[in-house]
Design a binder for this molecule. Structure first.
Ligand code: DAT
Ligand code: MG
Length: 140
């Protein structure tokens, strides 16, 4: 079986705070391999597709607005069980309660803004990873 892959996004809050290197350092220190990476400001249309499972929820529009507010570092990361492994590195969705030692737990908090600015995205299953990688890196 080929090695697993996941889509990681270093979100605009993390890029603005200069945390791209710190996030990539943690991914590489864990032993995962970077197979593609690109800094870009995503179109709302791409983000609506990316977050389609959340369409209609109260946080959907603020989330898309936030995610298109500046560049993200989109990356494809490979390794055995990397989907689960990166979710573990990222920590819980809410950075206030994310465990210390995780990206969100160590580097994030609630800044009192209307959306959860929680630094990183990681695909939640192999199926999501395949879908998201084809959206962000068609042909990869
Ligand atoms: P995750 O990113 O941990 O997979 P998710 O898929 O449930 O979490 O939600 C996607 C993003 O949407 C999440 O990273 C931050 C935002 N979000 C989730 N729940 C939210 C809420 N209740 N209020 C505001 N933003 C939320
Ligand atoms: Mg999710």
């Amino acid at each position: 079986m080929p090695e697993a892959r996941t889509l990681v996004l270093v979100k605009p809050d993390a890029v603005r705070r200069g945390l791209v290197g710190e996030v990539l350092r943690r991914i590489e220190a864990k032993g995962y391999t970077l197979v593609a990476a690109e800094l870009r400001t995503a179109d709302p249309a791409l983000l609506e597709e990316h977050y389609a499972e959340h369409a209609g929820k109260p946080f959907f529009e603020p989330l898309v607005t936030f995610m298109s507010s500046g560049p993200v570092l989109a990356a494809v990361v490979a390794g055995e069980r990397v989907v689960e492994g990166f979710r573990s590195l990222a920590g819980a969705t809410d950075p206030t309660s994310a465990a210390p030692g995780t990206i969100r737990g160590d580097l994030g908090r609630d800044w009192g803004r209307p959306v959860t600015e929680n630094l990183v995205h990681g695909s939640d299953s192999d199926e999501s990873a395949a879908r998201e990688i084809s959206l962000w890196f068609p042909g990869l």
